[in-house]
Design a protein around this ligand. Structure first.
Ligand SMILES: [Fe+2]
Ligand SMILES: [Fe+2]
Length: 463
């Protein structure tokens, strides 16, 4: 299964050549995708040779091959992780039965919706990031940006393959719609709010890849548990690519912290105004960006109490990330205590799975915070970066629209409105960050607001 014919028009490990109808349908979609990439992908550098990783196989040692390529000629392919022999459903009411190789009729529209929602985020992020090349802090960062972009493009291919292969005409129509909705478009926006937020500066890009790509990791992990085996295998392979996106976010923020600490030491102050005057990002400003992107990404997990999440789990469509680490995989007799604005509520565990996922996501988010705080501590400064409470600035679920501060306290609306822009970036904060954004593309050079990476600076091949 792992062997791949890379001379195919569409590289794949799904035996596309043996299904002429499917192959023709995807070859028909391919020019629409390229057209979308040319118009809404990276706004520049389309004719530059970029040193990129391309998936050419799903083997542990061969799935990433590197070489210089012009982005529109990137070989976006369809790759599923190898099948697990006799795979059984691992959770829900049908646990222990064979995984599905086809879509059961009764779950067709729900599965299609899950795939479309995931698929929609992939091109959305490319659109959100399309202007960042104009202000990249270095060639190293530019290459990382394009690597993320082409792989999000491949993730779109992954979802479009499932739609074409398993959902007939409806699926083909959905595949077209994935190219018709656009991030931030007034008439046809992307499905989820976070994917309509502009990413017009690199601080936002690092926060997005840290927080929002990590949401992607958790969604993919839960879909990798699905009883629908082609979806499971698709997501398992996508996860291998996702790791690099979060690496870009974590190291990007870490490099901003490092540079800021250098400036603080040079000036012998933690006064934000002085740090800004020296052309660096003060840590309270970084904290505001963390608050903004973390809270926005927390909404992506959905309502605390959800009958959809209960049905998706019970039916075997979507599990919990790393389902095997839990003992109870049916969840018909357990409950979870949730804090809502009305007080504590005990709800059936099945209905609380969005919250279970959100909590494990937040734990994962803490890892970077610990690392950045160690840098700050070692430099001898008292400030610590924190994650906002999961109740802060929510627009979905029990806490939607509630005046809650970043520590999670319910406060008066007046106090909330008065303080909001001391917690998330204000217009003038954003204007300052934008003023730092100047394109640096000379070899070996780095913008002054961010430290060079620990390694990799010499690998910055963009000609
Ligand atoms: Fe993705
Ligand atoms: Fe990603």
């Amino acid at each position: 299964m792992a062997s791949i014919n890379t001379t195919d028009k569409i590289p794949n490990n799904v035996n596309l050549a043996n299904d002429r109808t499917l192959q023709r349908a995807l070859e028909h979609w391919q020019p629409h995708f390229i057209d979308w990439w040319q118009h809404l992908g990276p706004s520049d550098f389309q004719t530059a040779d970029v040193y990129l990783r391309t998936a050419t196989s799903v083997d542990a040692d061969g799935w990433a091959s590197y070489g210089a390529v012009q982005m529109p000629n990137y070989r976006w392919g369809i790759f599923l992780a190898d099948p697990v022999a006799d795979r059984k459903i691992g959770f829900g009411d049908n646990m222990g039965q064979p995984a599905w190789q086809q879509v059961p009729g009764e779950f067709r529209s729900t599965l299609r919706r899950l795939i479309v929602t995931q698929g929609d985020t992939e091109p959305a992020s490319v659109e959100q990031q399309r202007l960042l090349g104009h202000t990249c802090p270095s060639l190293y960062d530019l290459r990382n940006l394009f690597q993320v972009n082409v792989e999000e493009g491949r993730h779109l291919w992954a979802m479009v393959y499932l739609l074409h292969a398993y959902f007939g005409r409806d699926g083909r129509e959905e595949a077209e719609e994935l190219l018709a909705r656009h991030s931030g478009d007034a008439d046809k926006p992307r499905i989820l709010t976070t994917f309509n937020e502009p990413i017009s500066d690199w601080l936002s890009f690092y926060c997005f890849t840290y927080f929002t790509d990590r949401d992607g990791k958790y969604q993919l992990k839960s879909l990798a548990e699905s009883a629908f085996d082609p979806l499971s295998r698709t997501c398992r392979f996508m996860l291998t690519e996702e790791a690099h996106h979060m690496f870009v976010g974590e190291t990007g923020i870490g490099r901003v912290v490092k540079r800021t600490l250098e400036v603080m030491k040079e000036l012998g102050t933690d006064d934000p105004a002085k740090i800004r005057a020296a052309g660096a990002v003060d840590l309270p400003l970084l904290q505001k960006y963390l608050n903004f992107w973390c809270s926005s990404s927390l909404d992506l997990f959905g309502s605390e109490i959800s009958s959809n999440s209960a049905a998706n789990f019970a039916h075997g469509l979507k599990g919990r990330p790393d389902e095997s680490q839990y003992e109870d995989h049916v969840l018909r007799s357990s409950t979870l205590k949730l804090l809502t604005p009305e007080g504590e509520q005990e709800v059936p565990m099945l209905n609380a799975l969005n919250e279970v996922m959100r909590e494990s996501y937040l734990k994962d988010c803490e890892i970077g915070l610990k690392r950045w705080n160690r840098q700050i501590e070692r430099a001898g400064f008292a400030l610590r970066l924190t994650l906002p409470s999961a109740r802060f600035r929510r627009t979905i679920g029990a806490w939607a629209g509630q005046p809650v501060d970043p520590k999670g306290n319910l406060i008066s609306r007046e106090e909330y409105e008065k303080n909001l822009y001391s917690w998330i970036p204000s217009e003038s904060d954003r204007a300052f960050v934008h003023s730092l954004m100047r394109q640096v593309i000379e070899h070996g050079k780095m913008a002054a607001w961010i430290a060079p990476p620990e390694r990799g600076i010499l690998l910055d091949v963009v000609a």
